[in-house]
Design a protein around this ligand. Structure first.
Ligand code: PGA
Ligand code: ZN
Length: 428
């Protein structure tokens, strides 16, 4: 029994320079720290991120969430065994008592939930990814293996993540032909640097957006795709064979009055027309995956998109499912999307994240463990991706420590665990 002896939260800074919640939990012999991420293009059904909205930190302070940990949450779980993850998560859920975690804030609840999980791994003297795997299999009588995920790297940033005119939020590469995780990272770095050189030659700025990808003003989405194709070819890799492309449209951000409005291209599309637009992109470029291709509430649009592209492409629900088991259930019933983005701060606890993951696995919905656009040096998602045997991880560009810390953690896991499978077979 490893009793929790102390819990303490403070405000630290995330990658955008705004406060976020950090939490330290300790037993007599060990301690663990967590830091929670924060989204910018959030789904409307996400659990609530509690902000102070006062005159400190531009209204973005999280002092209330921190106080909730240092008082109510502390009183409720101090003395408990840190290996009782699901029981502790249930107490946190109950203590909050709302469906959206609006009483205590999902940022306070998640910080504790993650820190407890990390602490339990330490007390058992095992790696976090191994503990994640055990925790999942024991609680769900499951037998999932562990593997290294295929990375999706965001190399051109638009939408809410950049101060430019590109409407599609993320242009990513998937090194699907690489034989190992480390090879996929090497290829991605080479492509990222080639892209930077090419943009410089064309006198585009090479400043980056929130997730480390370049953020130039371009004339169209196609232009972004052309630059990526060229960068892949410049490093003598084959587009579509070695390296493919993924998009996150984050379409809810440019959907209004029933239309998808692309500012850069000065075009406005109905959901049927926007599906045709995406279909034409899939025909012209090696696009393997499209995330949030429709607005989160445009069910008709999602059904049509899935009917048209669901056999050819991975269609990922992010704002659509918000890592919520009920939203995913509804999506499965309605036959929309075929993959899910898993972000634990959308739902607020490890237990609920695992429940959504289990439902996805049981229904052959592909899983992508994901960062948020506001990140910290916390690398828990890397261990989760390995421990849950997720097919993919999405954690930004191969640049900036808030992103590379996740890839670097996976590089260490790979080098120290040579027997781990690499999940590239899903695309081949
Ligand atoms: P967010 O963006 O973290 O700003 O929500 C990431 C995404 O949409 O996938
Ligand atoms: Zn997204």
């Amino acid at each position: 029994m490893s009793k929790i002896k102390s819990i303490q939260a403070i405000q630290v800074l995330d990658s955008r320079g705004y406060p976020t919640v950090a939490c330290k939990v300790a037993t007599e012999a060990h301690s663990a720290i967590s830091m929670v991420p924060s989204g910018a293009s959030t789904g409307s059904k996400e659990a609530l991120e509690l902000r102070d909205n006062n005159n400190e930190y531009c209204g973005k302070g999280v002092a209330k969430a921190v106080d909730n940990i240092n008082s109510k949450i502390k009183n409720a779980i101090i003395g408990m065994d840190c290996s009782q993850q699901f029981k502790i998560d249930d107490i946190l859920i109950e203590l909050d008592g709302t469906t959206t975690k609006s009483e205590l804030g999902a940022n306070s609840i998640l910080a504790v939930s993650i820190a407890v999980m990390k602490l339990a791994a330490k007390t058992k003297h095992i790696e976090l990814f191994q503990y994640v795997n055990d925790l999942f299999n024991i609680n769900f009588s499951s037998e999932i293996q562990m593997s290294l995920p295929v990375p999706m790297l965001n190399i051109i940033n638009g939408g809410e993540h950049a101060n430019n005119n590109i409407d599609i939020q993320e242009f990513m590469i998937i090194p699907n032909g690489a034989e190992s995780f480390s090879e996929s990272i090497r290829w991605s770095v080479e492509i990222y640097q080639a892209l930077k050189t090419n943009l410089k030659v064309l006198s585009y700025p090479t400043t980056v957006g929130d997730e480390g990808g370049f953020a130039p003003n371009l004339n169209s989405n196609q232009e972004a795709l052309d630059h990526i194709m060229r960068a892949i070819e410049d490093v003598t890799l084959k587009p579509g064979v070695d390296v493919s492309i993924a998009l996150d449209c984050a379409a809810s951000e440019f959907y209004s009055d029933g239309m998808y409005k692309l500012k850069a291209e000065k075009k406005s599309y109905s959901s049927t027309e926007f599906t045709s637009y995406l279909t034409s992109l899939v025909k012209s470029y090696p696009i393997l995956s499209i995330e949030d291709g429709m607005d989160e509430n445009d069910l008709k649009g999602w059904k049509f998109l899935t009917k048209e592209l669901g056999q050819k492409c991975q269609l990922v629900g992010d704002d659509l499912f918000v890592t919520n088991v009920n939203e995913l259930k509804e999506g499965i019933e309605n036959n929309v999307a075929n993959s899910i983005l898993i972000k634990f701060n959308q739902v607020g606890t490890i237990k609920e994240t695992f429940e959504t993951f289990l439902l996805a696995k049981n229904n052959n919905i592909k899983t992508i463990i994901s960062h948020r656009s506001g990140e910290t040096e916390d690398t828990t998602i890397s261990d989760i991706s390995v421990g849950l045997c997720a097919e993919q991880i999405k954690t930004g560009a191969p640049a900036r420590s808030d992103r590379t810390s996740k890839y670097n953690r996976l590089l260490f896991i790979e080098s120290e665990n040579q027997s781990l499978d690499y999940a590239n077979k899903i695309f081949n």
